[in-house]
Design a protein around this ligand. Structure first.
Ligand code: IPM
Ligand code: MG
Length: 384
């Protein structure tokens, strides 16, 4: 590269970096201010937003809506709960408008209290941010909670994945010097780490858990992971009855496939990307990524979703109607529980257990040999 061209790129990169640095400092300061404010409580009447998404999303969400209408029939009838279908969060619309979450869709979303969302396509490369990442940020859904259980093995894990910063917050804002190098940024803020650590330890305390694993790669990623681990330990000191253990992500990934020790882990707290990766691994141990639900929690909003993606291959092969709705049903259960309908959530959990583990009279395999998504939904509804 010519030297003058190189200098131009460096100047631009340094100036872009200053912009992101200032933005991130402001974000951190806003978060700190927010800490002192009482969180806005949802109104008495609850609006649940339903977002179909892309690929197999609309197929599984149609069945999830049917399930919710069954389960919440009285509340819907009494007007205590209402369901709102939110259109427009599709890859076609988003691409046409050049917006990861178009403004009118976002304001519809913000008029709800909680959301149940099908998977959305995340464009690879380019600069368009993933809709998930945008929503997690815009709704400040800082805790990504993913439970995984394998009762016969005594596995009962709950992952607290930091959901608004880490490797994700500037994932579309990296630096590129064409044909020379590319560089991305990872951000760990003090208030951002405190609140996820607090969420994990509060959960541990409330649920009688005795151990929290703090998972990083602080031996290598010294600044961001180093401060993540340090802050988690500061929070841990406020929970003396709970043991806080440091683990590196590589060995923890191995631990989860080690049958001799894996059931001793209980609660995990970890930065965004490690949380993303290890929760897919954990879900696979439970029976597949199609089986795990995911809660994105903030102090005002909460969004529940399937842990899996849009399954473009299934759609291409004409198999969308054979998609497994278990993960979105699990997410629906988590949402109903979050809203305080504990008895209904227990009923759904029991029905899912009967249908997926105990009786298995209708089995979805993701192929035309298996049952259809709607048939499995009928089965679950019949066992409620
Ligand atoms: C998840 C997904 C998302 C993520 C994608 C779809 C952006 O993998 O929820 O785990 O990376 O967080
Ligand atoms: Mg993921």
């Amino acid at each position: 590269m010519f030297d003058d061209k190189k200098e131009d790129y460096i100047k631009k990169a340094v100036s872009d970096f200053e912009t992101v640095l200032r933005e991130q400092i402001n974000r951190s300061e806003r978060m700190k201010d927010g800490e002192n404010n009482p969180s806005h409580k949802a109104d008495k009447d609850i609006t649940i937003g339903l977002i179909g998404g892309d690929g197999i999303g609309p197929v599984i969400m149609k069945e999830a809506e049917r399930l919710l209408r069954e389960l919440l029939a009285e509340e819907l009838e009494a007007g205590k709960v209402s369901l709102k279908n939110i259109e427009g969060l599709t890859i076609e619309n988003r691409t046409a408008l050049g917006k990861s979450v178009p403004e009118d869709v976002l304001s519809e979303i913000k008029s709800c209290d909680v959301l149940l969302k099908g998977p959305t396509t995340t464009p690879k490369g380019g600069t368009m941010e993933s809709a998930n990442v945008t929503l997690r940020r815009e709704l400040d859904l800082y805790a990504n909670v993913r439970p995984v259980s394998v009762p016969e093995e005594g596995i009962d894990w709950t992952f607290f994945r930091e959901n608004t910063e880490g490797e994700y917050v500037l994932g579309s804002r990296g630096i590129e010097i064409p044909d020379v190098l590319t560089m991305d940024f990872k951000v760990t803020t003090e208030p951002g780490t405190r609140r996820i650590a607090k969420a994990a330890f509060d959960f541990a305390r409330a649920n009688g858990k005795t151990n929290v694993s703090i998972v990083t790669k602080a031996n290598i990623i010294k600044k961001t992971d180093g401060s993540f681990s340090k802050i988690c330990h500061e929070i841990a000191a406020e929970y003396p009855e709970i043991e806080a253990e440091d683990w590196y992500i590589d060995i923890m990934t191995a631990n989860l496939v080690n049958k001799d020790i894996r059931n001793k882990f209980q609660v995990f707290v970890l930065p965004n990307l490690y949380g993303d990766i290890i929760t897919d691994e954990a879900a696979e141990i439970q029976g597949g990524v199609g089986t795990a639900g995911s809660a994105n929690l903030g102090s005002r909003y909460a969004m529940f979703e399937a842990i899996h993606g849009t399954a473009p291959r299934m759609v291409e092969e004409g198999l969308a109607n054979y998609a497994n709705p278990s993960s979105i049903f699990k997410a629906a259960e988590m949402m109903i529980r979050h809203l305080g309908f504990t008895e209904k959530a227990d009923r759904l959990a029991e029905a899912l257990y009967i249908c997926s583990e105990k009786e298995k009279k209708v089995v979805v395999t993701g192929t035309a040999e298996g049952a259809k998504c709607s048939e499995f939904a009928d089965y679950v509804i019949s066992r409620l």
